[in-house]
Design a protein around this ligand. Structure first.
Ligand code: SF4
Length: 362
């Protein structure tokens, strides 16, 4: 299989007339100022020098609202990528933007310049949450933008945030269910962090805002991850990239920041799936040892960070669980064995996901 390589170009806050309460793009993405079109070529060259010729390369303009930048500058950026596309060195372009900066004219322009994927910073599909975060658009704008993007044949990405003011557990789940109905090609889930210099920081200090605890953020994200799994929509990232800037002292003031947030979420999903398998496959009185057989790829997710899942089964259910890699088990499935060799029962991810349907239809 050909390797996929993403070349990120950050265009922080550029052209964005908004001031979302959680955003301080300058601090997160580019402390050294705005990237120039010339620098785009340099960034691409630098990356290409380390990438094999047969890799599938995509240039990704991230960090702001690309289509809100003045069109001349958008064109200057995109024109810098065009020669690489013509030579076949870069395959496509990805941009991220706001739902209210999408229309026919913008989409025709992006199509002309070889943009293939548009990621929308949707954040929530509840007007109350969007309003409280000063996003400046409504849910109906998101629907319009998503339909139009798909109509034009772009790949659609949706970014959602959890833990914003006015957000609740139910609304996060609801946002995931509604987003799934919009049939995106990919999704990102970000827990809200309080970044210094933002209005959210002021709200934190005044006591108006309480961030999610890490454990809760992981649990909510796990529910959303399962919803997207059920609808066969790829979750390409959970949690912000732990960049150097984000990890610098004083940047994240509060909130569920963890450098391996996505891993924690997947570990939580395995824990729940394992718990269900135990409840289906064991007598309540069983207190012996059980071996979980998982695909070699999934061992660390099944065991958990610092053996958290194993400890959970022991402490909460009184069951001693061991985990063994088994190539016969498909990724995301869990097999149960009493002797560590014979597979006595399997709970596939597909079967485990059956409950999700109920969540989205309730
Ligand atoms: S629209 Fe994007 S770049 Fe602009 S303030 Fe909001 S989050 Fe930041």
């Amino acid at each position: 299989m050909r390797r996929h390589v993403n070349i990120p170009v950050f265009v922080p806050h550029l052209g964005c007339p908004f001031n979302c309460i959680f955003c301080n793009q300058k601090k997160i993405a580019a402390p050294n100022g705005v990237v120039s079109p010339e620098e785009v070529s340099r960034i691409i060259d630098e990356h290409l020098a380390t990438v094999s010729d047969d890799a599938v390369v995509e240039v990704a303009f991230f960090g702001g609202s690309f289509t809100a930048i003045e069109q001349e500058l958008q064109e200057a950026y995109l024109a810098r990528v065009a020669p690489y596309i013509e030579k076949g060195r870069v395959k496509s372009i990805r941009i991220s933007t706001r739902p209210d900066f999408i229309n026919h004219e913008i989409l025709s322009f992006l199509k002309f310049w070889h943009v293939e994927t548009i990621e929308l910073g949707v954040q929530s599909l509840y007007d109350e949450v969007l309003k409280a975060s000063c996003r400046g658009y409504r849910v109906c704008d998101v629907f319009k933008a998503c339909h139009l993007i798909k109509e034009y044949g772009f790949k659609l990405g949706i970014q959602l945030m959890i833990g914003l003011p006015e957000d609740t557990y139910e609304r996060s789940q609801g946002s995931a269910c509604i987003a799934a109905q919009l049939k995106p090609d990919m999704v990102r889930i970000y827990p809200t962090l309080v970044i210094s210099g933002t209005r959210l920081e002021k709200m934190l200090i005044s006591g108006e805002y309480q961030p999610l605890a890490l454990e809760k953020a992981v649990a909510i994200s796990a529910d959303m991850f399962l919803i997207f799994n059920y609808y066969d929509i790829e979750v390409i990232r959970m949690g912000l990239q732990p960049s150097e800037e984000l990890r610098s002292e004083g940047v994240v003031r509060a909130g569920p920041f963890h450098p391996a947030f996505g891993e924690l979420v997947e570990q939580e999903v395995f824990r729940r799936q394992g718990e269900k398998l135990l409840s289906e496959g064991l007598n309540l009185s069983y207190k012996g040892e059980v071996v979980f057989l998982v695909n070699p790829r999934d061992v660390s997710k099944m065991v958990g960070y610092k053996r958290e899942n194993i400890d959970f089964y022991r402490k909460e259910l009184g069951i001693k669980v061991k985990v063994k890699p088994c190539p016969l088990i498909d990724p995301d499935d869990i097999g149960m064995s009493f002797d560590g060799e014979r597979i006595d029962k399997i709970l596939s991810r597909t079967s485990f996901l059956q409950d999700v349907q109920r969540i989205c239809h309730s």
